[in-house]
Structures are given as structure tokens and as C-alpha cells.
Design a protein around this ligand. Structure first.
Ligand code: AMP
Ligand code: GLY
Length: 426
């Protein structure tokens, strides 16, 4: 099978690393990829939503399967583009249709879907310019804190947790009347704040059957102790000590099964990963969000713990044979720590040389590239998140130590990483 993987981050390096281990994968291409994915296959200089160039590349390289990493091409309709064209309809696409990708592409759509299918989630209302005044009244009477969500994709910045009514009404006005998040904020979901522990659960589905992958928790804040600005993710751990069989069963019954059944009942074409962002309180799960793809950096702990052949699993999903698959998981703990550029998540420099990568990696530790690029035999930084170093250990402490030891050997100007990933479990 000749596979084209779409994306350029640590998630994609990890997926590429896993796919190239499969005897089913005869050749792997990555578009556009990074310096890490180049170690696993052939990078193609094609942007993630340039469907025309992708189509040409599929013809040239006789691609059999496209695996979509990020949400943007999914929400823009990569599935529909390829499956609707007789020349490319034979290619398996791992990723949902545009209609189903609305689970991530529209927060209002996702909330309404959850209500229709009885999936537990925070109480909410949605507002636009039309019922703006009603929104103000709703917000003023809402208990604090108040969560405001821009409906559309807003590069992870569209969620605001407001501690006062003044802040909430001001932000609400900025979103709807002053396009703070562009068109993404034309519609705003106002929802109740949920307390508890956040975690992520992942399923691979064919739209009817599914398999559950290992769970994970990511650390979004830039600073140790979960302080400072939100980022794309500074690290992740898997498994989670509190995610016992009883809780897992509850998540399956109340969240995963009704979601997959809902997709099926509504005839939404969905072959791919479903990411359930959950809040757990008193052993009860509530859904904070759906994503229509794997998480980053969660992938960098979930996929290394997966002992199945990933290409075989994806093929089973594409051929509606997931019911025959059994997931086998490495019992060890995996921790990934993300090294970022100075200034991230604000402005940062690119093009700084990354040194020490050759000392890296053994059986217990893997270096995944996030934002890196090759230039004249050097590896340079090319993004805010630069590397994700994943280690195995018998517990979170041991795995985290191994990643930190390796990161201590790696250097680029202004390198920063959190030394406390998984802190609340050690
Ligand atoms: P999202 O962009 O949907 O991933 O949301 C970003 C983050 O905001 C989530 O990971 C949560 O930490 C937080 N969040 C979103 N909705 C809620 C909520 N209803 N209650 C508490 N925290 C929330
Ligand atoms: N780490 C969270 C995400 O991928 O959305």
C-alpha cells in the first residue's frame, strides 16, 4: 500500500514513524512533512489544503491511501474532494467527510449533535448578530465563570473563560460585532464552566464500528504548574492512573457509543479518528469538545503505546472491518515533552540550528520533530513547537525523567520545555 500522510507536525512524524514499520506500507509520502518525517518517507512540498497538487501527486505516485493529520483539510472537504472525483475515488481517505468534520469545525454543530444523541456536555446557548441582545441578557444572568466559544476554527484561540460578567459581555461583543476571530466568531456558543480533570479519549471508526485507542492527557499551558498562556500542547502522558475499567466503561457507554451511533444514524460518512476531549468529575464524563483527528502532542504518547500494525488498522477502517480488530497496548507509561522556541506561544524566531539530535534516541526514547526543516545538512527550527521527546518508563516519573535527560542533550537558542509534565500523578 502506498500511503500519503498529510501534515507537518509532531503528530505526523509519529504517525509516519509508526506507518513505516508496517509491512503493508510499501511507500510513504508526507505532504509537506518536516525534517523528522523525511527520516520515515519522502516529503512532498504540498500545503495541507492544496487539493489540486495533492491529486496530481496521488496520480504520479499511485497512492492507495491518504491519512489526514490536521483538521484544516478535513473541514475544507478533503474527503469529499477525493471521493467525489472518479479519478481518485478508489483512494482510501482516513478522515471524515466535511459534513462529519463539523463536529470539530463548528462548536454549535457539535453541541446540537451531543444533545440529539444524549451525550453529556455543559449546558449552552448559541448566539449571532440576530439575537445579540438576548445573548447579553443570557450572559448577565449566567453564573461565573462563563465560557465563550467562537463557533468556527480559530487556531485553538477561540475559547475564552471569563471570570466576570463585564469581561464576558465585552468579549461577546468583540466576537460578534467586531469580528475578533473573523467569521469563526459570527456565531458564539455560551456555555457553563465545567470543573474536574481533563483528559482525551481516541477512537478509530469506520462510521459504524470502532476501536478505542489508549487514553491521554495533554498539558496546554506554557508554564509549569499549568500557568500562563495556552499553547498547542507542551506535553502529554498515557495511560492515566485514574482511568480505571469502571470509568472507561462509563465513557464508552455514555460518550463513545452514542457518538458513533449518532454518526451512523445521521448517515455521516466518517472513516477516521475521533478525539473526545472530556472533563471528568466525580467519575462522570462530560464532553468539552470533539476533534475529527488525533491530538498533538497526544499522538506522540498514544501511537507509541499502540502495538498493532497501524496501516493494517487503517485499512480495516477503510474496508469496514474494524469489528475484527483487537487493540494491543504496551503496558508501559509514555510521556512526551515538547521543546518550544523562545517567545512561543507569542512571536518567535525561526531558522535556529538544532544541535545534539545525533546523541538522541534508544529503545526507550524517541525524538519526534514538530517544527523543523532541513537546510544544507543542518536541522533548523521552523515553528513554535520544535520537538516532542517521548519516553517509556514503568511510571510517569521514570518516563518523564528519561525525556528530560535526553532534552538536556539537545540545544537550540532559547529552547524551553516544561519539566513538570504529569506532575499531578507523581
Ligand atoms: P477547545 O478550544 O474547545 O479545545 O477548548 C480549549 C480549552 O478550554 C479546553 O481544553 C478546556 O481546558 C477549556 N474549556 C473549554 N470548554 C470548557 C468548559 N465548558 N468548562 C471548562 N473548561 C473548558
Ligand atoms: N492537544 C490538543 C489538540 O490536538 O487539539
Amino acid at each position: 500500500m502506498r500511503i500519503l500522510l498529510i501534515g507537518a507536525g509532531g503528530r505526523e512524524h509519529c504517525l509516519a514513524w509508526k506507518l513505516q514499520q508496517s509491512p503493508l506500507c510499501s511507500q510513504l509520502f508526507i505532504a509537506p512533512g518536516n525534517a523528522g518525517t523525511a527520516l520515515c518517507g519522502t516529503n512532498l512540498g504540498i500545503a495541507v489544503s492544496d487539493f489540486a497538487k495533492m491529486e496530481a501527486a496521488c496520480m504520479e505516485h499511485t497512492i492507495d491511501m491518504i491519512v489526514v493529520g490536521p483538521e484544516e483539510p478535513l473541514v475544507k472537504g478533503i474527503y469529499d474532494h477525493f471521493s467525489g472525483n472518479p479519478k481518485t475515488a478508489h483512494i482510501h481517505i482516513i478522515g471524515p467527510s466535511a459534513a462529519a468534520a463539523q463536529l470539530e469545525g463548528s462548536k454549535a454543530f457539535a453541541k446540537a449533535f451531543m444533545l440529539r444523541h444524549g451525550v453529556p456536555t455543559a449546558a449552552y446557548r448559541e448566539f449571532t448578530a440576530e439575537n445579540f441582545e438576548e445573548g447579553l441578557t443570557y450572559i448577565k444572568a449566567h453564573p461565573l465563570p462563563i465560557v465563550l466559544k467562537a463557533d468556527g476554527l480559530a487556531a485553538g484561540k477561540g475559547v475564552l473563560i471569563c471570570q466576570t460578567h463585564i469581561e464576558a459581555t465585552a468579549e461577546f461583543e468583540l466576537m460578534i460585532r467586531r469580528s475578533k476571530f473573523g467569521d469563526a466568531g459570527n456565531k458564539v456558543v455560551v456555555e457553563a464552566f465545567l470543573e474536574g480533570i481533563e483528559m482525551s479519549v481516541f477512537a478509530l471508526t469506520d462510521g459504524k464500528e470502532y476501536v478505542l485507542l489508549p487514553e491521554a492527557k495533554d498539558y496546554k499551558r506554557i508554564g509549569e504548574g499549568d500557568t500562563g498562556l495556552n499553547t498547542g500542547g507542551m506535553g502529554a502522558v498515557s495511560p492515566l492512573p485514574f482511568f480505571n475499567d469502571a470509568l472507561k466503561q462509563k465513557v464508552i457507554e455514555k460518550v463513545v457509543q452514542p457518538t458513533i451511533d449518532g454518526l451512523h444514524k445521521e448517515n455521516m460518512k466518517y472513516t477516521g479518528f475521533v478525539f473526545f476531549g472530556l472533563m471528568i468529575k466525580d467519575d462522570e464524563p462530560m464532553v468539552i469538545e470533539y476533534n475529527c483527528r488525533m491530538g498533538d502532542p497526544e499522538t506522540e504518547v498514544v501511537i507509541p503505546r499502540l502495538q498493532n500494525d497501524l496501516a493494517a488498522l487503517l485499512l480495516a477502517a477503510a474496508e469496514n472491518k474494524l469489528a475484527e480488530q483487537e487493540i494491543i497496548t504496551d503496558s508501559r507509561t509514555a510521556v512526551t515533552i515538547v521543546a518550544v522556541s523562545e517567545g512561543y506561544p507569542g512571536d518567535y524566531e525561526k531558522g535556529l540550528q538544532v544541535r545534539g539530535l545525533d546523541t538522541a534516541a534508544d529503545d526507550e526514547t524517541i525524538v519526534f520533530h514538530s517544527g523543523t526543516i532541513h537546510s544544507n545538512d543542518l536541522i533548523l527550527t521552523n515553528g513554535g513547537r520544535v520537538l516532542a521527546v517521548t519516553s517509556f518508563g514503568n511510571n510517569i516519573m521514570a518516563a518523564g525523567e528519561a525525556s528530560k535527560n535526553l532534552l538536556d542533550e539537545i540545544y537550540f537558542d532559547g529552547i524551553y520545555y516544561r519539566r513538570d509534565i504529569g506532575y499531578e500523578f507523581v
